[in-house]
Write a new protein. Sequence first.
Length: 162
Amino acid sequence: MYKKYPELGKELVDTFKNNPKVMEFCKKYDVSVVFHAMKDNFDSAKASVCIFYDNIAKSKMKKLLNFFNDSDDKVVISSWGKDYNLNKSLREATNSLKHAISPENPSAKYQTGLLNAHLEVADRKIQEILTHNVEVKQKKLNKISEKEILNTSIKDLIDKSK
């Protein structure tokens, strides 16, 4: 529906671009962003922003398996218009979505920062997995190093006994 109402789509894109935390997430990860609006029941409207991101913490096999399932590597924020006039409802849904993707503002009349909160959770999950993976690799390297030290000392002991 944003093709029919490009001015509303532009407002969403501008709001999205003016959110520094969202733009930081987009620069940090490979993302695809989709703004979507559709007619819902009784000429009401639903507006959404979908952010699909490349989860760098996942192995290629997990990414392939997620391709065939509904991927959890996305953030979706939706809003609905309450009016039963499609034009008014779309404007209401779009305005509500703009507030949700705006930077957090405690003095705002409407809830803001919703998208920021979802992206922070996604980023935190990725960083936790990456940290865990580094710890696991470090433990493996330590075990290999310990085995090499043990093998070297055994070899030295055998050489000294000859």
